[in-house]
Design a protein around this ligand. Structure first.
Ligand code: SF4
Length: 203
């Protein structure tokens, strides 16, 4: 499994509509995406050979993530790079995470649509990974359809509640004023920006 960035402590315990999903979360950006959406400002994640990238064993990475997470963390968010292009490894990671932290939720941003999962990706792991998620945000970022919705960068993208855990938030998506982003200062002095801006998709 090839990972780009990891961020602990995204969001806050009382914020259901945080830029990376509900509550306090750890975020994993997978490394590698072939979808090449025009306007993606997350281009560092496209190549598998970014300087940020590292190969991790899915199960030990799950343990590492739990150990590094902030107190009160409620789940993991998978972001791109493209999680479904490493579906088998990410599935193994998520299943181990759920074994370690059964109360954590899983939120996934993917450029693939549900139809593609069923018809084109044609491998079981992509479908199973999708089913492990509580919420997915699906579809390419389309610059011409840019919008300022909660969790979405363009109007074609769909927020899908796949379990009941956050279904009560669904109505709020229509009325909520979207948060724009977060900036985190790491211990090593580097910055991670995450979220949405008028010109961007999820970072
Ligand atoms: S927006 Fe997401 S799916 Fe599209 S190219 Fe960027 S990382 Fe890939």
């Amino acid at each position: 499994m090839r990972v780009g960035r990891v961020l602990h402590g995204s969001g806050s315990p009382d914020e259901p509509y945080g830029v990376n999903g509900p509550g306090l979360r750890s975020v994993v950006w997978l490394q590698g995406c072939t979808l090449a959406c025009k306007g993606c400002i997350n281009m560092w994640s496209w190549s598998e050979n970014s300087v940020l990238a590292r190969d991790v064993a899915p199960r030990s990475f799950a343990r590492e993530l739990v150990e590094g997470s902030d107190e009160g963390t409620k789940g993991v968010t998978l972001s791109g790079g493209e999680p479904l292009q490493q579906a088998a490894e990410v599935l193994e990671f998520v299943r181990e995470l759920k074994r370690l932290q059964p109360d954590w939720s899983v939120f996934m941003f993917t450029g693939h649509t549900d139809r593609e999962v069923l018809t084109e990706l044609s491998h079981e792991a992509a479908l199973l990974l999708t089913r492990e998620c509580d919420v997915t945000v699906t579809g390419r970022f389309e610059r011409s359809r840019r919008c300022h919705g909660v969790w979405r960068g363009s109007g074609n993208q769909q927020v899908v509640f796949r379990s009941d855990r956050y279904r009560h938030l669904e109505d709020g998506l229509k009325h909520q004023i979207p948060l724009v982003g977060e900036i985190h200062l790491n211990n090593d002095g580097t910055l991670i920006k995450t979220g949405f801006t008028a010109r961007s998709v999820n970072l």
